[in-house]
Design a protein around this ligand. Sequence first.
Ligand SMILES: Cc1cc2nc3c(=O)[nH]c(=O)nc-3n(C[C@H](O)[C@H](O)[C@H](O)COP(=O)(O)OP(=O)(O)OC[C@H]3O[C@@H](n4cnc5c(N)ncnc54)[C@H](O)[C@@H]3O)c2cc1C
Length: 369
Amino acid sequence: MKVAVIGAGAIGANIAYRLAERGAEVVLIDGRAPGSGTSGASFSWLSSFPQLSWPEAEARRRLRRSVKAHFDRLAEEIGGDWLDWCGTLTTQGAVPEFDDAVARCREQGAQIEILGAADLRDVAPELALPDAERVAFELRSGWIDAPAMIGQLLRVFRLSGGSLRLGHDVVALAIGGPGAATVGLADGSRIEADLVVNAGGAQATHIAAMAGLAIPVALVPGVMLYGGGGRTGLPRHVVNGARWLIRPDRAFGTAVHWRGAGLTARHGNNGHDGTAMLADVAQSVPALAGVSPAAHRVGIRAMPQGGPVIGRLPWLPRYYSAVSHGGIGWGPVWAEIAAAEILDGTSEAALDTMRPARFYFEAAPDKEV
Ligand SMILES: Cc1cc2nc3c(=O)[nH]c(=O)nc-3n(C[C@H](O)[C@H](O)[C@H](O)COP(=O)(O)OP(=O)(O)OC[C@H]3O[C@@H](n4cnc5c(N)ncnc54)[C@H](O)[C@@H]3O)c2cc1C
C-alpha cells in the first residue's frame, strides 16, 4: 500500500515512521522543515498528574494510561536522545481540588509523592516556593525534545524505505474517486497514493477542505519563552505552577510555557513582554532573575471541536484524519492505531467518539430546506 502523509510534525512523523516500519510505501510531505510547526513551539510535557484526574470516558483514559509505555517502546526502537524522564513538580496552586486530583490519579496508577517545604528543598533546591505550598512529585514523567524526536523518527523512517518531500505545500487533493488518490503540490508536481493522511496540525482544516471536508478546529495560541542558558541553578525537573510551566531545554537552558493573563489578545510575539513574564517566573526560580528571553515563540494549538479527529470517513476510505491537541504525547499512540487501522483493517473502539464522521448529520426529511 502507498500512503501519502501530509505534515511532518509530531503526529505525521510518528505515523509515517510506523507505517514504513510496518512495510507500507510512505511519502511524507511538508511545505516547511520537519518539526517547524506547532511541534517546534511546544512545551512537550509528558505526565499523568493531573491529566488522569480529568473527567473523560474510560476508553480514552485507558489510552492515556498507555502513553508512557508507548514512549518507552518508541525510544527503544528508534534510539536517539530526545526523551527526558526528569520528573514533574506540580504546585498545589496549579491544580484545582489538588488533593482530590492526587487521589484520582493514584487510583489510575500514577505514582505521586506529596512534598512539604523541607522535602522540596532536598529534591529541587533551585526552586523558591512559599513554605506553605505543597507540591506533588511525579517521578515518572518528563518532557520530549520534539524536534529531536522528529529528526530521529525521520532518520529511521528513511532507513525503512520512506521518502520525504519537503519545501512545497500541498495545494490540491483528489481522493474521492475509485482510482488512486492524488496529492497536488505547489510546484505543480503530483503524488499518487492509495491513501492520504491529513496530519497538517493548525492547517488541517484547510487540507480537509481540499478534500471537500469540514473539520472544525479551534486555533489557540500558546507562548513559549526560552532563556537562562549558562546559568547555574536552573530547574532540572518540569515545574508546573499556576501561571507557568517550566522545563529544562537543551538549547536555551530553560523553557517556559507562560499561561498567565494576557495570552490571547494578540497572536504574534509583539503583544507579550517576555522579560516581564520571566521576571514573574524568577520569583520561584531565582537563577532566572534578570534574564531576558533568548527566544520567544508562539505556537498555535490545533484543538478540534470535541477532541481528537482520528480515522477515516465511511464514504471517503482513501482519507485518514490525524488531528489532535496534545499531539506530542499522543503521537505514538495515534501512530500505532492508525497503522493497524490502515494496514490491518482493524477499528479501535476507543476512538469511536473521535471519528471525523461526527461532524456530519443526515438532514431529517421533514426539516430539509
Ligand atoms: C505552547 C504550547 C504548549 C504545548 N504543550 C504541550 C504539551 O506539554 N504536551 C503535548 O503533548 N502537547 C503540547 N502542545 C500541543 C502540541 O505541541 C501539538 O498538539 C503538536 O505539536 C501538534 O503536532 P502536529 O504534528 O499535529 O502539528 P505540527 O507540528 O504543526 O505539524 C504540522 C505540519 O504540517 C505542515 N503542513 C501544514 N499544512 C501543509 C500543507 N498544505 N502542505 C504541506 N505541509 C503542510 C506544517 O508545515 C507542519 O510542519 C503544546 C502546544 C503549544 C503551542
